[in-house]
Design a protein around this ligand. Structure first.
Ligand code: PBG
Length: 349
C-alpha cells in the first residue's frame, strides 16, 4: 500500500489576511498625491510659457484673417493680423514664433521663397519690426508652399526630388530669410546635407548670428493633413522619398547625429505625440537643445474630440504638451502655445 500524497494545496487566504500579509503600510506612494500642494511639490516636469513656440500662417493678399476648416481656432493671417498676433504671443511670454507663408502664385522652383517681397520674407520683416528681439523669429525654410507641384524641393526632368539642386535653393532662401530678419531658419525639407549647406552659406555671408533649427527626424506622417489645408498644398502623392519612414527609430538617431555634425543649433523631432519614444531617445543623446512639433493632425484630433464633448479640451491640451516635455523636448511647437501660456499664468495666480 502506498502512502497518501501529502496535501500541497494552500489554505484559502481571506482578503483581510492577504492585505495583512502584503503589508503595504510602510511604502505608500499615494502619500505624495494627497493634496494639490503635495502633488505640485513633487511634479517632475513643469510647463512654462518659455517652452512654447507658436507656428503661424500668413497668406498673400488676404483682407481678413481666414479660418482653416480642419484646424478650428487657427487662421491664415493677413499681414496686419500677423503683426498683432505676434505682439500678443510676445505678451503671453512664449519664446518664439515659427512662420509659414502661403503665396498666391507658385512655380516649378518656388521663386516666391527667395523673393524679398514674397509673402514669407515680408512677414519675417513685419514681425521683426513689430516685436524686435522679444520673440525668436523662426522662418520655415522649405519650398513646398512655393512650388506648383507641392514638393519640398525642385524636381529632376523625370519628376524626382533633386536633392542637391534643392540645396542650392535652400541656400538662397536662408540668405533672404536672414536679411529679412529671421533669428533662426528652420529647414523642414529633409534633404540630405541641408543643415551644412545653410550653415556654410550663412557664415560666408557674415551671418553666423543666425541659428539653424534642424527638422532632423521628420517622419512622413498622416498627421500633416490639416497643415496641407492651411498652406493650400498642391501636393499629389507623398513625401516618402525624403521624409522618414514612421517605422524607424534607429534611423532617427542617425539623422540627429548628422545634423549636429553639420552644425545644427537645435534639432527637432516631428510629429511629437506618436513619436515620443524617438523623442526620448533623441533627448537622451543630443548635445544641442531638442524641439518637438505637435503637428496639425495632433491639434485637429483633440479639437474634434473636444467639440463632440468626448474629451475635456483644456486637460487634453495640457496633458499632451506635458507628455512631450516629459519625453524630453526642451521646446514644443504647438498651435495652442498662446492659449496654453495664458492658462499657465492663470494657474500661478
Ligand atoms: C513642410 C512642412 C509641413 C509641416 C511643417 N512644415 C508639411 C509637410 O511636411 O508635408 C507640417 C506641420 C503640421 O502638420 O502642423 N514645409
Amino acid at each position: 500500500m502506498t502512502a497518501p500524497a501529502p496535501d500541497t494545496s494552500t489554505p484559502p487566504l481571506s482578503p483581510a489576511a492577504a492585505v495583512a500579509a502584503a503589508r503595504p503600510g510602510r511604502v505608500r506612494p499615494r502619500r505624495l498625491r494627497g493634496t494639490a500642494a503635495l502633488r505640485r511639490s513633487v511634479s517632475e516636469v513643469r510647463l512654462h510659457p518659455a517652452d512654447l513656440v507658436l507656428p503661424m500662417f500668413v497668406k498673400e493678399g488676404l483682407e481678413e484673417p481666414a479660418p482653416i476648416a480642419s484646424m478650428p481656432g487657427v487662421v491664415q493671417h493677413t499681414r496686419d493680423s500677423l503683426r498683432r498676433a505676434a505682439a500678443e504671443a510676445a505678451a503671453a511670454g512664449i519664446s518664439a514664433v515659427n512662420l509659414f507663408g502661403v503665396p498666391l502664385t507658385r512655380d516649378a522652383v518656388g521663386s516666391g521663397a527667395t523673393d524679398p517681397d514674397g509673402v514669407l520674407n515680408r512677414a519675417i520683416a513685419d514681425v521683426r519690426a513689430e516685436v524686435g528681439d522679444a520673440l525668436v523669429i523662426q522662418a520655415d525654410l522649405c519650398l513646398d508652399e512655393f512650388t506648383d507641384h507641392g514638393h519640398c524641393g525642385v524636381l529632376t526632368a523625370d519628376g524626382r526630388v533633386d536633392n542637391d539642386a534643392t540645396l542650392e535653393r535652400y541656400a538662397e532662401m536662408a540668405l533672404v530669410q536672414a536679411e529679412a530678419g529671421a533669428h533662426m531658419v528652420a529647414p523642414s525639407g529633409m534633404m540630405d546635407g541641408q543643415v551644412g549647406v545653410i550653415r556654410d552659406v550663412l557664415d560666408a555671408a557674415g551671418r553666423d548670428d543666425v541659428a539653424v533649427l534642424a527638422y532632423a527626424a521628420k517622419f512622413a506622417s498622416v498627421l500633416y493633413g490639416p497643415f496641407r489645408d492651411a498652406v493650400e498644398s498642391t501636393l499629389e502623392g507623398d513625401r516618402r522619398t525624403y521624409q522618414m519612414d514612421p517605422a524607424n527609430r534607429r534611423e532617427a538617431l542617425r539623422e540627429i547625429a548628422l545634423d549636429i555634425e553639420e552644425g545644427a543649433d537645435l534639432v527637432m523631432v516631428k510629429p511629437a505625440g506618436a513619436f515620443l519614444d524617438v523623442l526620448a531617445e533623441v533627448a537622451a543623446v543630443s548635445t544641442v537643445p531638442v524641439a518637438a512639433y505637435q503637428v496639425s493632425g495632433e491639434y485637429a484630433m483633440v479639437e474634434a474630440a473636444a467639440a463632440q464633448g468626448w474629451l475635456d479640451r483644456r486637460r487634453a491640451i495640457t496633458e499632451s504638451v506635458l507628455g512631450i516635455r516629459r519625453a524630453g523636448a526642451d521646446q514644443v511647437l504647438t498651435y495652442w502655445a498662446v492659449e496654453l501660456a495664458h492658462w499657465l499664468r492663470e494657474e500661478w495666480r
